[in-house]
Design a protein around this ligand. Structure first.
Ligand SMILES: NC(=O)c1ccc[n+]([C@@H]2O[C@H](COP(=O)([O-])OP(=O)(O)OC[C@H]3O[C@@H](n4cnc5c(N)ncnc54)[C@H](O)[C@@H]3O)[C@@H](O)[C@H]2O)c1
Ligand SMILES: [Zn+2]
Length: 349
């Protein structure tokens, strides 16, 4: 069952309300950044509450979303004697939400957990829809489970300390949600720069889009795949830059992927050339252009072929049927994919 989503001006108070009926002990998981910037929002509560142990502090970053870190978290939970009635609070971005949620969902066959997402990406995307997990053997999110948290508490104030580049990265998922599901939202968003966005309107709306989709198809049998718009080529570009030691953020790669996949949508004549222009103009105004060497095309295509969405050598894409609506399982061949890379590169001129 989808969890309760609470928009909070005072996350401490809302958490307290939520926990008041709990008799058992819980633990809060943070990384060094959320310990510094977000944990102080809960300080009075934490120091006055005998329901909490010392926070479990892990190292920030995707490279720590591993089994080793899970072992540490599970050890700490065991050390504190957490039992089936205990609870876990994940205070952080998508890394903490995915990994802390996974640890909670598997510890003693599952203790309840609450997500308090602190990045834009985790507020509009990672904390919604019940996907939990960790990376394994260089495969992203390779080990995981589906389980909904008891609640998601979203507070816009956390975004104030977020690195602007991280904020911009998370915004790519906001753009994606509008493009795949809501033309009115798209028209609103595209009229404003990043700094002009009204988060108290944009975030709840974006959350609603994702949660409607994941409620209808919680385990990605079909419809949920529309959320992959921009992600097939976007992930491939992300992996390419990562391997070259020139990491770009997830949303920055998805911004590139959305332009390429909007191009594919236009090639398929789902959207018009004018709509393609409208999409690329706005995305480039926020993210600029990242040149991709022609010599990298083959490597990028190899990454898409490793994508989970393949069937018989063709790669299955989620494309725009029109602005505000998407379809999925659209087979695209290598020639067309290459054309989309060439098209993206041509946009600098
Ligand atoms: N479960 C899902 O459905 C889903 C969906 C999308 C992404 N994800 C996962 O989410 C992860 C990415 O999440 P992310 O972009 O939030 O990255 P992140 O969790 O790594 O956070 C980004 C950085 O911001 C810091 N930070 C977090 N909140 C802060 C704040 N309020 N102030 C200052 N610094 C802060 C973090 O310490 C980190 O350094 C990936 O692992 C991805 O796989 C999951
Ligand atoms: Zn994404």
């Amino acid at each position: 069952m989808p969890s309760q989503i609470i928009y909070s001006e005072n996350p401490q108070e809302d958490l307290l309300k939520f926990l008041k009926d709990k008799s058992d002990f819980g633990v809060i998981i943070v990384d060094e950044n959320t310990k510094k910037h977000c944990l102080p929002f809960f300080e009075i509560f934490l120091t006055n509450s005998r329901k909490f142990y010392e926070p479990i502090v892990i190292k920030s970053g995707e490279e720590n979303k591993t089994l080793d870190t899970c072992q540490y978290i599970w050890s700490e939970m065991t050390k504190h004697n957490l039992d089936r009635n205990s609870f876990v609070i994940n205070l952080g971005g998508g890394v903490i939400g995915d990994m802390g949620g996974f640890c909670a969902a598997t510890y003693k066959r599952g203790v309840s957990f609450i997500q308090i997402p602190t990045t834009l990406l985790s507020q509009v995307d990672a904390s919604i829809g019940g996907k939990l997990g960790i990376d394994f053997d260089h495969y992203k999110n390779h080990i995981g489970v589906f389980k909904e948290p008891e609640a998601v508490i979203i507070c816009f104030d956390f975004l104030k300390t977020l690195d602007p580049r991280e904020l911009r990265s998370g915004f790519a998922e906001v753009i994606k949600h509008a493009l795949i599901a809501d033309v009115t939202a798209w028209n609103k968003i595209k009229g404003q720069s990043l700094s002009e966005q009204k988060w108290n309107e944009v975030i709840p709306h974006s959350v609603k889009i994702k949660s409607n989709i994941t409620t209808e198809d919680p385990t990605e049998k079909g419809l949920r795949k529309v959320l992959n718009f921009g992600h097939t080529l976007g992930h491939a570009v992300e992996s390419y830059f990562l391997e070259k030691g020139n990491r770009i953020l997830h949303g920055e790669a998805i911004a590139i992927g959305m332009i390429m996949e909007a191009f594919l949508s236009a090639e398929k004549e789902y959207i018009s050339k004018d709509e393609l222009k409208e999409i690329e103009t706005y995305i480039l105004s926020i993210y600029g252009h990242v040149a991709i060497p022609t010599s990298a095309f083959e490597e990028i295509l190899t990454h898409t072929l490793q994508d989970k969405k393949n069937e018989q050598g063709l790669v299955l894409f989620s494309l725009l049927k029109k602005i505000g609506e998407a379809n999925y399982n659209i087979p695209i061949n290598e020639i067309l994919m290459k054309k989309s890379l060439t098209y993206y590169n041509s946009l600098t001129k």
